[in-house]
Design a protein around this ligand. Structure first.
Ligand code: NAD
Ligand code: TYD
Length: 340
C-alpha cells in the first residue's frame, strides 16, 4: 500500500505520518509538503530514516508537479492534510487559502481521476458548519448539518469539502471526508491558542485572549484524530462524511486558566484584546456516526490530554524555540541541500 500524505510537515499531518510509519511498516508513506511557514521537517526527525518513509517537497496546487508525482509513484491512497490553516491569517490574506485549500484539493482530485486511486481522503473541519449559539448547549453538529461558514478559512475548506463530494457523485471517485473539531497535542505550531499560551506563559509574557474569552471550542487530542482517520481509511464507507470529536467543550478562558495553573503562573498574565472579526462562538461535534459505525472512541479527555501536551512542550523546548527563532526553516537546507 502506497500512501501520499499531503501536509505531513504540519501539525496533524506530522502526527499522522508518525502514526502510519510506525504502525504499518509494510506501507510506503510519502510525505508531500510545500514547507510553508507552517511546515517543519524537525517534526519528522523520529521517522526520517525509516525505510517506509519518504519526503517530497512540492505544491499541491502545482498541476504539472502533482501529475508527474502521481505518474511516478502511482499511489493507492491520498490523505490530504495540506492547507492554509490559520483563521487570523485568512482574514488578512484570503487568496492563499483559495489557492491551496480549494485549487490544491481540485488538483489532487484531478490527478486521482487521471491515474486511478483506491481512496482519496479529505481532512476537513467542523468549521464548515459555522458556529452554534452559546445559550443552546443541546445543539451539536451532525454530518447533515448545513454548511454555513464564517471566515475565509472555513469558506475555503467548505469549498474543498464540496468539490471532494462532487467528484464522488459526478465521477465516482472513491472518497471519504472527515470533519474534526479543534486539535491539540505535540508539534502544534505556536501561533494557535494552546501552544501560543504555553510558550508565552513559560516566558512570563502576556496571554492575548480575544474578546471576552467566552468562545467555546471542542478540543480533541491529535492522536485520537489520527486513529480516526486510520479507521476511516480501513473501514470507512466510500462517499461518506464522518464527524470527529470527543465532547470536550471548553471556553477559551478555561483553557488559558488550565494552562496557567499547570505551569504555576499567575492569571494576571491574561490580557483581553480586540476580538477576531466574525469570531465563531461555539463548535460542538456529535460523533455518534463514527462511534457506532466504526467503533472509534477517543483515548484522551481534555484533562489528561492537556497535561500530556503541557509536559510535551516542557520536554521539547528546542522544537518550539527553533520555530520562534526561525531556525527551523534552515533544517530543510541542512537535511536536503546536498540531495537536491
Ligand atoms: P498546519 O498549518 O500545521 O499544517 C499545514 C501543512 O500543509 C504545512 O506543513 C504546510 O507546509 C503544508 N502546506 C501548505 N500549503 C501547501 C501546499 N500548497 N502544498 C503542499 N503543502 C502545503 O495545519 P494543521 O493544523 O496540521 O491542519 C491540517 C489539516 O487539518 C488542514 O487541512 C486543516 O484544515 C485540518 N484541520 C485542522 C484542525 C486543527 O485543529 N488544527 C481541526 C480540523 C481540521
Ligand atoms: P485557534 O487556535 O486559532 O483555532 P480556531 O480559530 O481555528 O478555532 O483559536 C482557538 C480559539 O482561541 C478561538 O476562539 C480564537 C481564540 N484565540 C485567542 O483568544 N487568542 C489567541 O491569541 C489565539 C491565537 C486564539
Amino acid at each position: 500500500m502506497k500512501i501520499i500524505v499531503t501536509g505531513g510537515a504540519g501539525f496533524i499531518g506530522g502526527n499522522f505520518v508518525h502514526h502510519m510509519v510506525n504502525k504499518y511498516p509494510e506501507y510506503q508513506i510519502i510525505n508531500l509538503d510545500l514547507l510553508t511557514y507552517a511546515g517543519n521537517l524537525e517534526t519528522l526527525k523520529p521517522v526520517e530514516n525509516k525505510p517506509n518513509y519518504k519526503f517530497v517537497h512540492g505544491d499541491i496546487a502545482d498541476r504539472d508537479f502533482v501529475f508527474k508525482l502521481f505518474e511516478e509513484e502511482k499511489p493507492d491512497i491520498v490523505v490530504n492534510f495540506a492547507a492554509e490553516s490559520h483563521v487570523d491569517r485568512s482574514i488578512t490574506d484570503p487568496e492563499a487559502f483559495v489557492r491551496t485549500n480549494v485549487m490544491g484539493t481540485t488538483t489532487l482530485l484531478d490527478a486521482c481521476r487521471t491515474y486511478g486511486i483506491k481512496r482519496y481522503h479529505q481532512v476537513s473541519t467542523d468549521e464548515v458548519y459555522g458556529d452554534l449559539p452559546l445559550d443552546r448547549p443541546d445543539l451539536f453538529f451532525t454530518e447533515t448539518t448545513p454548511l454555513h461558514t464564517s471566515s475565509p478559512y472555513s469558506s475555503s475548506k467548505a469549498g474543498a469539502d464540496l468539490f471532494v463530494l462532487a467528484y464522488h457523485r459526478t465521477y465516482g471517485l472513491p472518497v471519504t471526508v472527515s470533519r474534526c473539531s479543534n486539535n491539540y497535542g505535540p508539534y502544534h505550531f505556536p501561533e494557535k491558542l494552546i501552544p501560543l499560551m504555553i510558550s508565552r506563559a513559560l516566558a512570563d509574557e502576556e496571554l492575548p485572549v480575544y474578546g471576552d474569552g467566552a468562545n467555546v471550542r471542542d478540543w480533541l487530542h491529535v492522536s485520537d484524530h489520527c486513529e480516526a482517520i486510520d479507521l476511516i481509511l480501513h473501514k470507512g464507507r466510500v462517499g461518506e462524511i464522518y464527524n470527529i470529536g470527543g465532547h470536550n467543550e471548553r471556553t477559551n478562558l478555561e483553557v488559558v486558566k488550565t494552562i496557567l495553573k499547570a505551569l504555576d503562573k499567575p492569571e494576571s498574565l491574561i490580557r483581553y484584546v480586540k476580538d477576531r472579526p466574525g469570531h465563531d462562538r461555539r463548535y460542538a461535534i456529535d460523533p455518534t456516526k463514527i462511534e457506532t459505525e466504526l467503533g472509534w472512541k477517543p483515548k484522551y479527555n481534555f484533562d489528561t490530554g492537556i497535561r500530556q501536551t503541557i509536559d510535551w512542550y516542557l520536554n521539547n523546548q528546542d522544537w518550539w524555540k527553533h520555530i520562534l527563532s526561525g531556525e527551523y526553516s534552515q533544517y530543510f537546507e541542512k537535511m536536503y541541500g546536498d540531495r537536491l
